[in-house]
Every structure is written in structure tokens, then in C-alpha cells.
Design a protein around this ligand. Structure first.
Ligand code: C5P
Length: 340
């Protein structure tokens, strides 16, 4: 029994490591690289091995790529050790798999419109005013919505990212172009998630030719850009409208004010001065503020996972909207969302 136990430990640990590194040296790991289907891993191993930093680092790498773990449970191992290492029981595994499969259809029939990335406001043909947004959060949100079966349109400012599979991506440069694209697609959407870090100001005049360097000071006059979310949110009707707020300092307070002023259903706020949270990095610590006053702080998470937590909130709000009497038109919602 001990031998069988050790073999299981080694094999499971090894498989997790090979999946994390993208090796494809047997049927399972080759399939895992080739498939677009959700991947779930239910490991069993010696408790010390499971909690070892080497194993947990690989687990985190896989989770960051969307792999879900059905964690081992507590018990006595085949080798006699006691701890968290026993494979989850069959009913638990079936329940997790069913929940995961249902998720892929949760937003079927729902059209989600997402903005992402920065906007670039030209000064001349060479220079622009922009910001440090990488687009990672908005792309993760678009991907999470698509993974749940939504029809997703992503309106993206300039980024170095590839659009997620199955997402219609419209690329724009400036805030005015982004506003126009949003206005064209807002009517047809059920959910609008405004993640883009739109430049607040643009140069009043754009030089047609590159402005030459000189020793004299140069004053650029900036004029305010349109508030895209603020422009479309008053026309929300039955739509669910979600904002993002990257703040420094009194983050929650500022975000609550924005939620109310822009008439949003939900706002996700992050303090960009916090380490590993905000622009450019792959992780974020979001707090979700709801229109009813509820506050839901999330832990520091990979943006992909944080995006799914946000989509959980979106699905919940859609259920509430669909169940509320007096909603003007809910015929556009699929049957699964018509009753709470
Ligand atoms: O810039 P601010 O902090 O007000 O951004 C809050 C929300 O408003 C974000 O969801 C952002 O995408 C949106 N926004 C916008 N147009 C702007 C500025 C912000 O849609 N010009």
C-alpha cells in the first residue's frame, strides 16, 4: 500500500509540474496543451508534498492560467501520514465539474461590451499623451465573459495583447474614437463593463507635422475628453453597467462617489499604489462596490481570476435584474436568467 501511495504522490506532483511548465511528454500533458476546454485537477499526495512551496508555486502558475483545483481533503494517507492530501471524494468532484460546465453557458445569449486599455491622444504624428494601462484587466474581463458563453465585443485602446479567443475586438486610439465605438455598440449590449483608462485630457490642437525640438519652453493646451461611461450610463435602460476605478488614497470613498454620480450598478476599485495591484502587473486587489451599498473586498488575485470573480457578481446582478418586477424588458434574457 505504501508503494502504491508513494507512486501516486510522485505521479501527481510530477503531473502538476509538467502541466505548469507546458511539457507534453505523454497523452495527458499533450492533451492539456492542445485543448481549449476547461481543465480541472484533483490531486492526491503526501500532505508535506502538497504544501511544499515547489508544488504550490506550480499550482499558482496553473491557477493564473485558469486551471481549477479540486483541493485534497484531510485524512490518513496510504503511507500513514495524516493531513491535507487525500483525493476529493467522487460526489465533490462531480459537483465541481458540473458547476464548471454550467458556467460555460451561464451568459449564453447575453451581449457583453467591454472597453480596455489606455487611449492615446496625439500631439503630432509622433507624440501622444497616454497612460500606463496595459489592457490586461479589460482583456481578462472580456475573456471571462466569453468563457461563460457571452457574445463579447471588446473595444480596445492601444495594447500589446492578442484579443481573447472568440471575442470581437475593435481597436481604437483616442477617447473620441472609443466613445464613438461604444455608442455604436451600446444599444445592442446587455452588460457594459468600462475597464478602459480613458485619457482625461487631449491636446487642443494636433500638429500635422512633427514639432521640431527647440530650446524654448513649450506650453500645450489640453481640453477635457468626453466621459464615455458618463455619456452612455444615463441611457442604460435594462442594461447592467459596471465601472472601474483606479485610485490612489481614499479609493473606496472616491469610487462610491463615482458609482452614484455615473449611476452604475457596480464599480470595481483598486488602489494603484498598492504593491502588485493595478497597472502593468498581472495581479490586482479589487474591491467591489454595489449600488445597494454592499462592499466586497477581494484578495490579491491574478487578473484572470479577479475577472471571473467580477463576472460572478455580474451574473448575480443579472439574476436580480431579471427577477425584479417592473423591469421594462427582460425578454432579451435567456431562460436561465428569467427567474432568480
Ligand atoms: O477616470 P475615472 O476614474 O472617472 O474612471 C471611472 C470609470 O469611468 C471607468 O470605468 C472608466 O473606464 C470610465 N471613464 C470613461 N471615460 C472617461 C473617463 C473614465 O468611460 N473619459
Amino acid at each position: 500500500a505504501c508503494l502504491v501511495g508513494s507512486e501516486m504522490c510522485i505521479r501527481d506532483r510530477h503531473t502538476i509540474a509538467r502541466l505548469a511548465l507546458g511539457l507534453a511528454d505523454d497523452m495527458l500533458t499533450t492533451l492539456a496543451l492542445a485543448t481549449r476546454a476547461p481543465i480541472l485537477v484533483a490531486p492526491a499526495m503526501n500532505p508535506a508534498m502538497w504544501t511544499h512551496p515547489a508544488t504550490q508555486a506550480h499550482v499558482q502558475m496553473l491557477q493564473a492560467r485558469g486551471v481549477e483545483f479540486i483541493d485534497p481533503t484531510y485524512g490518513v494517507m496510504a503511507c500513514g501520514d495524516e493531513g491535507w492530501g487525500k483525493i476529493a471524494d467522487t460526489p465533490t468532484m462531480i459537483e465541481v465539474v458540473e458547476r464548471r460546465l454550467k458556467r460555460t453557458q451561464e451568459l449564453a445569449g447575453i451581449h457583453v461590451l467591454v472597453t480596455a486599455g489606455p487611449t492615446y491622444e496625439p500631439i503630432d504624428p509622433v507624440r501622444f499623451i497616454g497612460n500606463r494601462s496595459s489592457g490586461k484587466m479589460g482583456y481578462a474581463v472580456a475573456q471571462a465573459a466569453a468563457e461563460r458563453g457571452a457574445e463579447v465585443t471588446l473595444i480596445s485602446g492601444p495594447t500589446a495583447l492578442d484579443p481573447p479567443a472568440g471575442v470581437k475586438c475593435i481597436r481604437v486610439q483616442t477617447a473620441e474614437q472609443m466613445l464613438q465605438a461604444v455608442q455604436e455598440h451600446f444599444e445592442a449590449c446587455d452588460v457594459f463593463i468600462s475597464v478602459a483608462a480613458v485619457a482625461d485630457y487631449r491636446p487642443e490642437r494636433v500638429y500635422p507635422l512633427k514639432r521640431k525640438r527647440s530650446q524654448r519652453a513649450w506650453t500645450l493646451r489640453l481640453v477635457p475628453n468626453p466621459d464615455i461611461l458618463g455619456t452612455v450610463a444615463p441611457r442604460k435602460g435594462h442594461r447592467l453597467v459596471v465601472g472601474f476605478a483606479a485610485e490612489t488614497g481614499k479609493a473606496i470613498e472616491y469610487a462610491r462617489e463615482k458609482l452614484q454620480r455615473k449611476g452604475l450598478d457596480l464599480i470595481a476599485v483598486n488602489d494603484v499604489l498598492e504593491p502588485q495591484s493595478g497597472f502593468e502587473v498581472d495581479t490586482t486587489r479589487l474591491t467591489l462596490l454595489y449600488a445597494d451599498g454592499r462592499v466586497e473586498p477581494l484578495p490579491l488575485l491574478p487578473k484572470r481570476i479577479a475577472a471571473h470573480r467580477l463576472m460572478d457578481a455580474v451574473v448575480e446582478r443579472l439574476h436580480i435584474l431579471a427577477g425584479k418586477s417592473g423591469v421594462p424588458d427582460r425578454s432579451h434574457l435567456p431562460d436561465s436568467l428569467k427567474s432568480p
